[in-house]
Design a protein around this ligand. Structure first.
Ligand SMILES: NC(=O)C1=CN([C@@H]2O[C@H](COP(=O)(O)OP(=O)(O)OC[C@H]3O[C@@H](n4cnc5c(N)ncnc54)[C@H](O)[C@@H]3O)[C@@H](O)[C@H]2O)C=CC1
Ligand SMILES: CC(C)CC(=O)C(=O)O
Ligand SMILES: [Mg+2]
Length: 371
């Protein structure tokens, strides 16, 4: 298969982790005889430095004409610590999501068997946890009108949802549940927010089309607690933009590190793949960032194009690297390999390891095993 992939590495650790996923994708191309073409463009703080715009037109044009976007991360302390800045790196990512129509952000979370002992959570609580968060990505409070009074002592952010925005997200979540364990949990704050009550009404109505899927509801504050107390109860979590942003960072603790959590952002015409974490500026250039979230995002890219065996091979290589303790220090303090070493190890497994084969016909991420 031939794929044109736009690479937006961004800021902080973005470039060093994205480099590892490109290596891995090139290894897959070689092993399976695909043609993956990569073209880079600037975004975020580095784009502001060059063009005063966090999403230059040339970057957006490249993304629109590419088959997929591989995204690193954006953000820089010079903006984080300056609330008065009018142009900000994050605006680039938000605009990109809106312009590409990427309304669904899919974030799989599972407890890696090899990492149970390294989790800050009790192994018996997280063993077997396996969920996917369906986060609405182009609506809600992140995109509503913002105001700041002239004396800068009053501010507001408007949260708006339409039934159409909720409906298209809900169908995706229920379809995903049908391929998993047939359960959807809607996370909202319907005891307080009108938008959440619209979510509940709309989701309840759509659920009638999926009688084989169990639907339940949790307020987001309770969901945040349940995520830690009993994460195994979750299959598909459906939620709005900001709640999904927050509970998915929380859910990353189950996996052992946010440096492991990948995501796919999809719409009708475009798709973008990015780790769920940010630009982790404290680590930039130090070679300590975990590249696995980015590498597994590349696997989700392949899965999106139905290259299921290829995606599963990446997952198997990642599992093998964790099993062999070839990982960065966020996973295991006693075994600290650099970002590049971990990427090179996974690349090497894909290229050279004849034993890296895949079990099963119905492949999707998480089903690969080393045999
Ligand atoms: N999608 C994106 O590009 C996002 C960008 N941001 C931006 O990133 C910047 C930093 O934000 P933070 O709140 O500090 O979030 P962050 O996700 O960058 O880092 C939070 C903590 O997570 C851990 N971490 C993150 N990535 C890791 C990796 N690959 N390997 C190992 N550990 C990792 C580190 O302990 C780090 O201190 C800000 O400018 C923020 O706006 C934040 C979230 C998402
Ligand atoms: C920086 C934000 C725009 C995004 C974010 O935190 C996320 O998508 O996880
Ligand atoms: Mg986030």
């Amino acid at each position: 298969m031939k794929l044109n992939i736009a690479v937006l590495a961004g800021d902080g650790i973005g470039p060093e982790i994205t480099q590892q996923s490109i290596k891995v994708l090139k290894a897959i191309a070689e092993r399976f005889d695909h043609e993956f073409l990569f073209e880079e463009a600037v975004v975020g703080a580095s784009a502001i430095d060059l063009t005063e715009n966090p999403l230059p037109d040339a970057t957006l044009d490249l993304c629109k004409k590419s088959d997929a976007v591989l995204f690193g991360a954006i953000g820089d302390p010079k903006y984080d610590n300056n609330p008065a800045a009018k142009v900000r790196p994050e605006q680039g990512l938000l605009k990109l999501r809106k312009e590409l129509g990427l309304f669904a952000n899919i974030r799989p979370v599972r407890a890696f068997e090899r990492l149970l002992e390294h989790s800050p959570l009790r192994p018996d609580r997280i063993e077997g946890a396996d969920m996917v968060i369906y986060r609405e990505l182009t609506g809600g409070i992140y995109f509503g009108e913002k105001t700041l009074s002239e004396d800068e002592r009053e501010a507001s952010d408007l949260c708006v949802y339409t039934a159409e925005e909720i409906e298209r997200m809900t169908h995706l979540a229920f379809e995903a549940a049908q391929k998993r364990r047939n359960k959807v949990t809607l996370v909202d704050k319907a005891n307080v927010l009108e938008t959440s009550r619209l979510w509940r009404r709309t989701v309840k109505e759509i659920a009638k089309d999926y009688p084989d899927v169990e639907l339940d509801f949790l307020y987001v504050d309770n969901a945040a607690m349940q995520m830690i107390i009993n994460p195994k109860q979750f299959d598909v979590i459906l939620t709005e933009n900001m709640f999904g942003d927050i509970i998915s960072d929380e859910a990353s603790v189950i996996g052992g590190s946010i440096g492991l959590l990948a995501s796919a952002s999809v719409g009708k015409e475009h798709a973008l793949f990015e780790p769920i974490h940010g630009s982790y500026p404290q680590a930039a250039g130090k070679g300590i960032a975990n590249p696995i979230a980015s590498i597994l995002s590349a696997a989700m890219l392949l899965e999106h194009f139905n290259l299921l065996e290829e995606a599963a091979i990446i997952q198997a290589a990642v599992d093998k690297s964790l099993e062999m303790n070839i990982c960065t220090s966020d996973i295991n303090k006693e075994s600290s390999y650099s970002t590049e070493k971990v990427g090179t190890f996974i690349e090497g497994l894909i290229l050279d390891n004849e034993d890296l084969k895949i079990n099963g016909d119905n492949l999707s991420l998480g089903q690969a095993t080393i045999i």
